[in-house]
Design a binder for this molecule. Structure first.
Ligand code: ADP
Ligand code: MG
Length: 636
C-alpha cells in the first residue's frame, strides 16, 4: 500500500492546468495533470535527480510524459538504490498499460493498481515523489504550441474562420492533433525547410559555432529530412530515416511518431550522433514564415474550376495526402456556398430558373413529390444540389408546408445541417438544398457492420449532436429527428435534414404545442410529445436516443414489430430497448439518458454533445504506437 498519500484522489491545485497553455475547452488536457507526482515532459536524468533528492527509498516513484509516443508516459521507480523506468503506452482503445501488463483507463488508475500489486514491476509503488510546489509541470514542446497550431492549421488548410473554425476543431480535434503532430516541426525555429546541404552548412557556420548547434532541413527529393549538426567546428549531416509505418529515426536509433519528438530526444541522448543536439540554428524566416497552404486544399471561393456543364457529371475530387481519411472540412459543403462574399452579394431567397439544372435522377420521394439531383450555377462555382420538387397537383396545404420548411431552413447555417440554397418557382415549386450524396444514415449503415467500424458510427453521431446543439441554441425544434433524416455527405460526414415538421420557438417559449395530431413518428417521440403534444429540444433529445439506437444497430428498426400504441405502453411500463449488439456501453448509457421519462431530468443537447465528444475523443485520440519499437528497457 501507498504510505501517507493516496494516489488517485490527491488532486494538485488546478492552477497547474495553466502551465499547459490556454485551453478553450477544446484541446485535451493531459489526464495526468492533476497527479501530484506527475512532472510533465522531463528527461530521464531529470527524473533520476528528483528521485535522488527525495531519498531513493524502495518504491519511491514519479510519472513523466513519454517523449516518444504521443499520449504515453514513463513511470520511474526506485528499488534497492537503483532506477527503473517503465514506459506506459497509450493503447489504440484509449487505455494505458505497461508493456505486458493489464490495461487501465487512465494514468491515475494505473498507478493506483501498481501501488497494490507489483504485477511484474520490481516492487509496488510505495511513495510518490511529489513535485515541489515551485516547480510547474513541464509542458511538452507540443503542448505549448498545440492550441495555436490547431487554429492556424485549420485556418490555413481549409480557409475557415470564426464559428466554422470552432465547429471544425470541435468535431475533429483528435484527427487534427494527429495531422498537426506530423507537421509541427515546420513551426520550430530549427526547421529550415527545403535548403541544400551547402546552404545548411553556410547557415551553421554563420555566427558562433558551438558544439551541438543544429538544424533540420528537407532533402531535395521525396520529402525526407536531414539533420545538420556542428561539432568541433565541423558540420555533420545525418539522414532522418522514415520507415514504412511512418516513424522517424536515426539509423539504428529509437523510432518516433514525429520529427520534433526525435529532435527533442536527440537533445537528451545522442543515439549515434557525434554530439547531443544543443542550440538551434535559428531559421531567420521562422517567426514571420507564412506556411504554404497544402496543394490539396485551395482557398475557398477562388481558383475554382466549374465542373463540366453536363448534369450528373461527376466532379473530380481533390486528392488528399496518401493515407489520410477525408474530414468534413475537406468537403465543399462544410461552409455555406454564400460564405464567399462575392456569392453573398447575389443571394436571394428565390433563385432564377435558368441557373438551375434539374436532373432526371430521383434521390427520394414523399407525398409532396420527389427529390431530384441537380446543379446550381453560382457566380464563381457550380454546386451539386438536391431539389425537392412539389407535385403540381398538390393542394395549397402541402405547398404551405414546403414554404414553412423553407422558412426554417433559411434561418439555419451549420456544417452539420443540410443548408437550403434557395427556392425556385417555375414548372413547380422547388426547394433547392445542398446535396448529401451518400444518402440516409439508416440505409447507408444497413448491412455494413463489417465495413463501417463502430468508431465511425460514434463520429457521425457526434456530428449529429453538434447539429442538434446548434438547433437547440437557436431555439428550433426538429420534431422528426431519425436516422432516415440524417443524410451523409460521405462516410465521415453527416448532416441533419428534413425540416418538414420543424418549428421555431418564440423567444419566451421552450416548447411548441401542437393543436392537431398529425402523421407523427411515434416510435421516435418522447412521452410528453405523445401525451401532451408538447415539443421541446428535450423531445428532440429523446429522438436522438432512438437515432443512436438505429445507428448502432446498423440501420435496425426500433421496437421491432411493435405498433405505436404498444410502444407507448412499453415505455410507460419503464421498459427501454436493449443495447444493440456491439454497441459500446457508454453509448448505450447515453441512449438511456435520452430516454429518461421526465423531460426535466433528461439531458440537453449541450450535455449530450459533450458526452458524445468526450467518448469520441477517448476512442480516437489513440497514439499510433508499436509497443515493440517504443519500449524503453527498464534500465538498472
Ligand atoms: P420527407 O419529408 O418525405 O421525409 P425528406 O426531406 O426526408 O422528405 O427527403 C426524402 C428523401 O430524399 C430522403 O430520404 C433522401 O433520400 C432524399 N434527399 C432529401 N434531401 C436530400 C439532400 N439534400 N441530398 C440528398 N438526398 C436528399
Ligand atoms: Mg424524411
Amino acid at each position: 500500500m501507498v504510505t501517507g498519500v493516496s494516489i488517485s484522489c490527491t488532486a494538485a491545485p488546478t492552477t497547474h492546468r495553466s502551465t499547459l497553455g490556454p485551453s478553450p475547452g477544446l484541446v485535451m488536457i493531459d489526464p495526468a495533470t492533476d497527479l501530484p507526482f506527475f512532472y510533465g515532459s522531463i528527461s530521464r536524468s531529470e527524473a533520476e535527480q528528483h528521485l535522488k533528492l527525495a531519498g531513493m527509498s524502495d518504491g519511491l516513484f514519479l510519472l513523466r510524459q513519454c517523449l516518444r509516443s504521443l499520449g504515453g508516459y514513463v513511470l520511474s521507480l526506485i528499488w534497492n538504490l537503483e532506477f527503473y523506468h517503465y514506459p506506459v503506452e497509450k493503447q489504440l482503445n484509449g487505455t494505458y498499460c505497461i508493456s505486458g501488463g493489464k490495461p487501465h483507463c487512465g494514468p491515475a488508475e494505473l498507478c493506483e493498481f501498481y501501488s497494490k500489486d507489483a504485477d511484474g514491476l520490481v516492487c509496488t509503488l510505495r511513495k510518490p515523489c511529489l513535485r515541489p510546489p515551485e516547480q510547474p509541470i513541464k509542458p511538452g514542446v507540443f503542448d505549448s504550441l498545440r492550441d495555436n497550431m490547431l487554429r492556424e492549421y485549420v485556418r490555413q488548410t481549409w480557409n475557415l474562420e470564426a464559428e466554422a473554425m470552432e465547429q471544425a476543431i470541435m468535431s475533429q480535434a483528435p484527427q487534427l492533433e494527429k495531422l498537426i503532430a506530423t507537421t509541427a516541426h515546420e513551426k520550430m525555429a530549427w526547421y529550415h525547410g527545403k535548403i541544400t546541404r551547402t546552404e545548411g552548412e553556410r547557415r551553421l557556420y554563420s555566427g558562433s559555432q558551438p558544439d551541438g548547434k543544429f538544424l533540420v532541413r528537407e532533402r531535395d527529393e521525396s520529402g525526407t529530412f536531414a539533420l545538420s549538426v556542428m561539432y568541433g567546428k565541423t558540420a555533420y549531416h545525418y539522414r532522418i530515416l522514415h520507415d514504412k509505418s511512418g516513424k522517424y529515426s536515426m539509423p539504428e536509433g529509437t523510432k518516433f511518431d514525429t520529427v520534433w519528438q526525435l529532435v527533442e530526444y536527440l537533445k537528451m541522448k545522442p543515439d549515434g550522433l557525434v554530439t547531443l543536439l544543443r542550440e538551434a540554428c535559428m531559421n531567420q524566416n521562422c517567426a514571420n514564415q507564412t506556411p504554404t497552404v497544402p496543394s490539396w486544399r485551395r482557398p475557398r471561393g477562388n481558383g475554382y474550376t466549374p465542373p463540366p456543364e453536363v448534369p450528373g457529371a461527376c466532379k473530380i475530387p481533390t486528392p488528399l495526402p496518401a493515407g489520410r481519411q477525408a474530414l468534413p472540412m475537406d468537403s465543399d459543403e462544410f461552409v455555406s456556398p454564400y460564405a464567399d462574399p462575392k456569392e453573398l452579394q447575389e443571394k436571394t431567397l428565390f433563385i432564377k430558373r435558368e441557373k438551375l439544372m434539374v436532373d432526371e435522377v430521383e434521390l427520394g420521394s414523399g407525398n409532396f413529390g420527389s427529390v431530384k439531383k441537380g446543379v446550381y450555377k453560382m457566380k464563381s462555382k457550380h454546386i451539386d444540389v438536391a431539389i425537392k420538387v412539389l407535385k403540381s397537383e398538390n393542394e395549397k396545404a402541402v405547398r404551405d408546408e414546403m414554404m414553412r420548411e423553407a422558412e426554417i431552413m433559411h434561418q439555419l447555417d451549420n456544417p452539420y445541417i443540410v443548408r437550403m440554397i434557395g427556392l425556385c418557382q417555375a414548372e413547380a415549386l422547388m426547394l433547392v438544398m445542398e446535396m448529401a450524396p451518400a444518402g440516409p444514415l439508416n440505409k447507408f449503415l444497413s448491412g455494413k457492420k463489417d465495413q463501417v467500424p463502430v468508431e465511425n458510427v460514434v463520429e457521425l453521431m457526434h456530428q449529429v449532436s453538434l447539429g442538434m446543439k446548434y438547433l437547440e441554441e437557436k431555439n428550433f425544434v426538429h420534431r422528426d429527428l431519425a436516422a432516415r433524416n440524417v443524410l451523409l455527405v460521405n462516410q465521415h460526414y453527416a448532416k441533419i435534414s428534413d425540416f418538414g415538421l420543424s418549428k421555431a420557438l418564440g423567444a419566451d417559449d421552450n416548447y411548441y404545442k401542437a393543436r392537431t395530431l398529425g402523421k407523427w413518428p411515434l416510435k421516435w417521440y418522447a412521452p410528453e410529445c405523445i401525451n401532451f403534444h408538447k415539443f421541446s429540444s428535450k423531445g428532440d433529445v429523446w429522438s436522438f436516443g432512438i437515432t443512436m439506437w438505429e445507428a448502432f444497430s446498423y440501420g435496425g428498426k426500433p421496437y421491432k414489430k411493435m405498433k405505436g400504441p404498444e410502444v407507448i405502453s412499453f415505455i410507460q411500463s419503464g421498459s427501454r430497448m436493449d443495447n444493440p449488439a456491439g454497441c459500446p456501453d457508454p453509448m448505450y448509457e447515453l441512449m438511456k439518458e435520452c430516454w429518461i421519462y421526465k423531460y426535466e431530468e433528461r439531458p440537453s443537447f449541450v450535455q449530450v454533445e459533450e458526452k458524445m465528444r468526450t467518448y469520441y475523443y477517448s476512442i480516437s485520440k489513440k497514439a499510433s504506437t508499436d509497443p515493440k519499437e517504443q519500449q524503453e528497457k527498464p534500465a538498472a
